[in-house]
Design a protein around this ligand. Structure first.
Ligand code: ADP
Ligand code: MG
Ligand code: ZN
Length: 491
């Protein structure tokens, strides 16, 4: 759709303004305000509910401490201000998936506010200001189905009361790519600090994009639409690009943009009208009377901050300064959790290996095979370390090592066993190499004559012949040196 946006020239005349709201399901054992288990994947409908998350009268909520700690940790990770006092508010609305008739949320005093996130884009690093991160509870799930020829709506309350964190940006984003990269970086951050598994496919991370456009040079913001139901990062980028283009075409045709909630239709690759947008005052927010304000002591906050692991941005910088990796390689390694684990794992067992060489193999062969297979769990770091040591010691060639690695990936067989079984040990024995070299020199008098008449390039051809004769097993460096020695001596 990015091409389409280019076609109408919309991006030359209009500037897009985008703000992102992300809901992440927090990683906890129990729900937000009751003791029900959060292990609802594949569970029978309505099997993980109690009077609290069913909203029955006469029950009281209790706060899940782990959920609060995840939001505080997120606050520190996005350089936000973490509140010393926060409170809970009721957001009132009627919908069948909300049995209480209100959602417990944080309105006026979010746990974290005023943060930022910086990430790489194709146009360089970009920073988005984050307005707030707060805690709330999820709703139940409506399923519209057909039963015995009748159209019915079914309700499953297993998800009701699951802990959610909502993270809202300022309208700082200007392109669909920046929006996607923001969501990707936030997903990586959530996983790194363990706040959320953030799988978009199963709804653990839901991205909503507020999109408006304005003529370039205009200060005032245009009217926005809100786009939902994007189930992948690709969908986020495409939906926003589509929406920018749609608004430009509408405005050019003299239409006005209405505040509305739109859905992304993956099969049609377009957005469609869902409903008019609610107004803030429709929700009649008021303080939750069943919960006391939440106080966060400085000691508690300090403890949570101290527990934070190394964050992605810090790790990328460290990989460059400590290991001399390029910014690009550091990015590829850190953006993929499996690649990070493999890189660190190999260095941990093989400390004498060159980090650059390890990074090349992880970002190259490892990720290539893992992507093709759809998973990379079949490789263990110690085996890759063994392989890289074999290359470094000149026991196998780089080319053969790739074959060994592919076989290890496919079968799980040990690297040493594969090298033995295939007879791939490199010939580094001077005597054995000397014989092969002498044979090649005898068989190629023309190339020898070329070299001696000043055509240095002939060496390359002769090295190739020796490699061929030894089925790639000769130590190429040794062959090169030995060949030159013999050629120079005889001239
Ligand atoms: P709501 O609660 O109705 O969704 P908010 O004021 O909380 O509204 O804003 C939600 C998101 O919309 C924020 O990320 C904000 O940056 C973004 N936003 C607000 N105004 C605009 C606009 N005119 N164009 C694009 N995004 C906007
Ligand atoms: Mg909104
Ligand atoms: Zn419950």
């Amino acid at each position: 759709m990015a091409e389409a946006a280019g076609k109408s020239g919309a991006l030359e005349r209009y500037e897009a303004v985008i703000g992102i709201e992300i809901h992440c399901q927090l990683r906890t054992a129990s729900k937000m305000f009751c003791g029900c288990s959060t292990e609802i994947d594949g569970a029978a409908p309505n099997s993980h509910c109690c009077p609290v998350c069913l909203g029955l009268p006469g029950v009281l909520p209790t706060i899940n401490k782990t959920a609060v700690e995840h939001v505080i940790a997120t606050g520190f990770a996005i350089e936000a201000t973490v509140a010393s006092t926060t409170r809970w508010d009721r957001k009132n609305y009627f919908y069948p998936d909300l049995p209480k008739g209100y959602q417990i949320s944080q309105y006026q005093l979010p746990l974290a506010s005023d943060g930022r996130l910086t990430f790489e884009t194709s146009e360089g690093p970009f920073t988005v200001r984050i307005r707030r991160a707060h805690l709330e509870e999820d709703t139940g799930r409506l399923i519209h189905a057909e039963l015995g020829g009748r159209r019915v709506s079914l309700i499953d309350f297993n998800r009701s009361g699951m802990p959610l964190m909502e993270i809202v940006t300022e309208p700082d984003i200007r392109t669909a790519e920046q929006a996607r990269r923001y969501a990707e970086e936030l997903r990586l951050l959530m996983r790194t600090i363990g706040a959320s598994d953030a799988e978009m496919e199963n709804g653990q991370m839901r991205v909503e994009a507020n999109v408006s456009i304005r003529p370039r040079g205009q200060e005032r913001l245009g009217t926005r639409t809100e786009v939902k139901n994007m189930n992948s990062m690709r969908a986020v980028e495409r939906a926003i690009a589509f929406e920018i283009e749609r608004q430009a075409v509408a405005i050019d045709a003299g239409e006005t943009i209405r505040m509305e909630t739109r859905g992304w239709d993956e099969s049609r690759q377009s957005t469609y009208h869902m409903r008019p947008k609610e107004e803030e005052n429709d929700y009649r927010y008021f303080p939750e009377p069943d919960l006391p304000p939440l106080l966060t002591s400085p000691e508690w906050l300090a403890e949570i901050e101290a527990r934070l692991p190394e964050l992605p941005a810090t790790r990328r910088t460290r990989y460059q300064t400590e290991f001399g990796l390029s910014a690009y390689d550091a990015g590829v390694l850190v953006n993929d959790a499996a690649a990070t684990a493999m890189f660190e794992g190999v260095l941990a067992v093989g400390p004498r290996l060159a980090p650059k060489q390890v990074a090349n193999w992880v970002t190259g062969e490892y990720l290539r095979l893992a992507k093709a297979a759809g998973d990379g769990d079949r490789v263990v770091a110690p085996e890759l370390a063994v392989l890289l040591k074999l290359i470094e010691d000149g026991i196998i060639s780089g080319t053969n090592a790739k074959e060994v690695f592919a076989e290890h990936f496919a079968t799980g067989m040990g690297v040493n066993a594969i090298v033995k079984a295939r007879g791939l040990e490199q010939i580094s024995d001077a005597g054995a190499l000397g014989k092969a070299i002498d044979d090649v020199l005898a068989a190629n008098p023309a190339a020898v004559a070329d070299y001696r008449s000043g055509k240095g390039a002939a060496v390359g051809f002769l090295v190739g012949q020796v490699m061929k004769a030894t089925r790639g097993q000769a130590n190429a460096g040794m062959v090169q040196t030995a060949l030159r020695e013999r050629l120079d001596k005889g001239s």
